[in-house]
Write a protein that binds this ligand. Structure first.
Ligand code: AQP
Length: 324
C-alpha cells in the first residue's frame, strides 16, 4: 500500500515564505510518491483570538493557496479539519492519556503563552493532543513540517506508543520529515526568532499574497548584521536568512549569489532580492486569483467526504478498543 503523509497549516493569516519553504514546498514533491492528506486546521486557529469574518476568509484563502501552489486535489485529500468531527473526538480521547508534564514541556506553548498573555486558554495548552489526533486518524507514516513543529510530532509518537501499549496495536507511529535547509526561516525584523504569521509586525514576514511595492518595502526594512559583506555565516543570522530566501526563490546556489554580490553592498543585494521574490510569487498569485469559488467548494466537499471515511473507520476501532 502507498505510504501516507499528513500535514496541515493554520488559517491564522496568509501564509508566508517560511510556511511555504518549510512545509508546503516539500508537500509538492512528496505528493508524487505518497498518498497525501492535507488539512486546513481551522480548529487549531481558535487557540488565538479570531474575528469570525477574517477567519472565514483566511480558511478559504488558505485552501486556495494549497491549489495555487500545486497540490493536486484528485490525488490528495484536501479538507477542513472542523468538517471532520472525528478530529475533535479523538483529540479528547488522546488528551485523557497525555500527561500534563508532557504538554508543559512544549516550547510553542511557552512562547505563545508569553505572546498572548491576555488569552492563555486551555486550547493553547492541549493543542498538541489535537495535532496528534489529526495525524493518527489517518495511519500517517510521514509528517513533513518545519522545525518548530518537530516537538509536537514527537509527542504524537509518544501518544501513539502509549495507546498501542495500553490497548494493543492501533496507531501507526508517524515520523517527522524536516528539510534541514528550510526548516526555520527567520523573521525579517528579528532574525533571532522564526518568521511567523501572527508576529506583532507585518514587517516580520513576506506573505505569499504580498504585492510588489510592499515586498520591496519589507525587504528594504529587513534587519541586517554588522559588517557589509554579502556572505553566509552562522554568526550573521540576518544576512544568512536573506541569502537563504534569495537561494530558495531564485534556485541559484548560495555560492553563486555570494559571487554575484562580491563587491556590492546591502542596498544592491536587497533591491535584487525583492525583485526575485516578486518574480517567484507573481505566477502563484495569478493562479490564486484564477481559482473559482465553486471549484474550491467542490474540492473541499470531496476532501471532506474522503477524509471522513478514513477517520470514521479509525475512530470506531479506537472506541471499540477502549470500551466505548
Ligand atoms: N519560519 C518558519 N520556517 C520554516 N517553516 C515554518 N513553519 C512555520 N514557520 C516556519 C512551518 O509551516 C507549517 C505551518 O505552520 P502553522 O500554520 O501550523 O503554524 P506555525 O507553525 O505556528 O507557523 P506560524 O507562521 O508561526 O503561524 P502562527 O503565527 O499562526 O503560529 C508548519 O509545518 C511549520 O513547521
Amino acid at each position: 500500500m502507498q505510504k501516507k503523509i499528513f500535514s496541515a497549516m493554520q488559517p491564522t493569516g496568509i501564509i508566508h515564505l517560511g510556511n511555504y519553504f518549510g512545509a508546503m514546498n516539500n508537500w509538492l514533491s512528496l505528493q508524487k510518491e505518497y498518498a497525501g492528506i492535507f488539512s486546513i486546521v481551522d480548529l487549531h486557529a481558535l487557540t488565538i483570538p479570531q474575528k469570525p469574518e477574517e477567519l472565514r476568509t483566511n480558511i478559504r484563502n488558505l485552501a486556495k493557496l494549497y491549489l495555487a501552489a500545486g497540490l493536486d486535489p484528485q490525488k490528495n485529500i484536501i479538507f477542513r479539519q472542523s468538517q471532520v468531527h472525528e478530529h475533535a473526538e479523538l483529540a479528547w480521547i488522546l488528551t485523557c492519556i497525555t500527561p500534563i508534564s508532557e504538554l508543559e514541556r512544549m516550547t510553542q506553548y511557552k512562547d505563545k503563552a508569553k505572546q498572548h498573555k491576555e488569552n492563555i486558554n486551555a486550547g493553547l495548552f492541549t493543542y498538541p493532543c489535537l495535532m496528534a489526533a489529526d495525524i493518527l486518524l489517518y495511519d500517517t507514516n510521514i509528517v513533513p513540517v518545519g522545525e518548530d513543529q518537530k516537538q509536537h510530532v514527537e509527542l504524537a509518537r509518544t501518544i501513539a506508543n502509549k495507546f498501542n501499549n495500553l490497548y494493543g496495536e492501533t496507531f501507526v507511529v508517524p515520523e517527522a520529515m524536516i528539510n534541514k535547509e528550510t526548516a526555520r526561516l527567520r523573521g525579517l525584523d528579528n532574525p533571532e526568532k522564526k518568521m511567523s504569521k501572527s508576529a506583532p509586525s507585518e514587517y516580520n514576514f513576506i506573505s505569499l499574497m504580498n504585492k510588489p511595492d510592499l515586498i520591496r518595502k519589507k525587504i528594504q526594512k529587513a534587519v541586517t548584521d554588522s559588517g557589509t559583506e554579502i556572505k553566509f555565516s552562522p554568526e550573521r543570522p540576518a544576512i544568512s536568512n536573506l541569502l537563504m530566501i534569495y537561494h530558495l526563490v531564485s534556485g541559484n546556489s548560495i555560492k553563486e549569489i555570494e559571487g554575484e554580490f562580491e563587491n556590492k553592498g546591502y542596498g544592491d543585494f536587497k533591491k535584487e532580492l525583492a525583485e526575485r521574490i516578486i518574480e517567484f510569487l507573481t505566477p502563484l498569485q495569478e493562479r490564486f486569483e484564477a481559482i473559482d469559488d465553486n471549484e474550491l467548494d467542490q474540492v473541499l466537499e470531496n476532501g471532506k467526504q474522503r477524509a471522513e471515511t478514513l477517520a470514521k473507520k479509525k475512530l470506531k476501532e479506537v472506541k471499540d478498543k477502549i470500551g466505548l
